[in-house]
Design a binder for this molecule. Structure first.
Ligand SMILES: Nc1nc2c(c(=O)[nH]1)N[C@H]1C(S)=C(S)[C@@H](COP(=O)(O)O)O[C@H]1N2
Ligand SMILES: [Mo]
Length: 315
């Protein structure tokens, strides 16, 4: 059995630390570098190779000049309710978990070319670095250097049929291995959705890695969605199924608390959560709170998608 070994176990601690110092040094000098393309998808043998290359280039900041969070922060403070609701507990619990192998992503519904992708098949879409802010609806945030590819590339291959208007994503369902799924407050599996034009937007990616390395389980290995202008809960982890559909999907959060979580979930400082303000956020690693930006700072790229819509009603 091939147990997935988190990269943090493969790479000795001191290598990570020195690599991060190295990256940081480069970044401060030039402001925009790129991490080495170690390749985050598992090798043909089905197991992640130990990274051997040092980072060459790497964005140390996002396009607003905010520094990226550390690998430690990104991989030890997680929301992944299939494991536990304790953010610090997720990274500990994933060590005990062997995810299903081989992983498959089934893409179907209203498409002309339904197909099942294994991780090797996803390689053809390539991997590029995207440094994105992630803003959780709970009002904390991070800056994360993802590796991944635009979801559009995969959708173009399966060819959405003319009746397709939304994309529905489904995450892993494994109650034997995932303790959170043995508690049924939630309607498992985790489901999320996007309108088709949101899914086709260039900022929308399927992430397969971070910090130039394979995605750790706690961040949604082996493949997860990242939609940076929406609250973090839209960025569904550990995807096994993608369907093109005609009707707006009902997400896990909409089903759990419809008055608190809508379908769109665009980051919006003007619309408070019923139980707290969304005006400011705590950037992990910083002391002073920051102002939350409309569409999480991506308004120029995405505001046109919502022209004419009432974003207070469509929260
Ligand atoms: N399958 C699944 N995906 C999920 C979640 C989850 O509990 N299960 N939590 C979401 C929430 S609330 C956030 S903020 C982000 C956190 O991503 P990160 O841990 O990689 O920072 O993942 C999202 N994707
Ligand atoms: Mo979140």
């Amino acid at each position: 059995m091939t147990r997935h070994i988190p990269s943090s176990e493969i790479t000795p601690r001191h290598v990570y630390v020195s690599r991060r110092k190295f990256i940081r040094g480069l970044g401060l000098a030039t402001g925009a570098l790129a991490l080495a393309a170690c390749g985050a998808l598992p090798s043909r043998e089905g197991r992640s190779a130990t990274p051997t290359t040092m980072p060459q280039a790497g964005a140390m900041t996002d396009e607003l000049g905010d520094p990226i969070n550390t690998y430690e922060e990104i991989t030890t403070y997680n929301n992944f309710y299939e494991f536990t609701t304790d953010k610090e507990g997720v990274a500990r619990m994933v060590k005990e978990y062997a995810r299903p192998e081989p992983w498959k992503v089934t893409v179907g519904g209203l498409v002309n070319n339904p197909r099942v992708y294994d991780l090797d098949d996803l390689r053809k879409f390539g991997e590029e670095e995207r440094v994105y802010r992630l803003r959780c609806v709970e009002a904390w945030s991070m800056v994360i250097p993802w590796l991944g590819f635009p979801l559009r590339k995969l959708l173009e291959e399966v060819e959405p049929a003319s009746q397709a208007r939304y994309v529905r994503f489904e995450a892993i369902y494994d109650p034997d291995g995932l303790p959170g799924q043995r508690i049924d407050w939630y309607n498992w599996p985790y489901v999320e959705g996007l309108r088709l034009d949101e899914a086709m937007h260039d900022l929308t990616i399927l992430a397969t890695g971070l910090y130039g390395e394979p995605l750790p389980m706690q961040n949604g290995a082996p493949v997860r969605l990242v939609v940076p202008w929406k609250y973090g809960f839209k960025s569904i982890k550990s995807i096994v199924k993608i369907d093109l559909v005609a009707e707006q999907p009902v997400s896990l959060w909409m089903a759990a608390a419809p008055h608190e979580y809508g379908f769109y979930a665009n980051v919006n400082p003007d619309v408070p959560h019923p139980r707290w303000s969304q005006r400011t956020e705590r950037r992990i690693g910083e002391l002073k709170r920051r102002e939350t930006l409309p569409f999480n700072g991506y308004a120029e790229e995405v505001a046109y998608l919502y022209e004419g819509m009432d974003l207070r009603k469509n929260y």
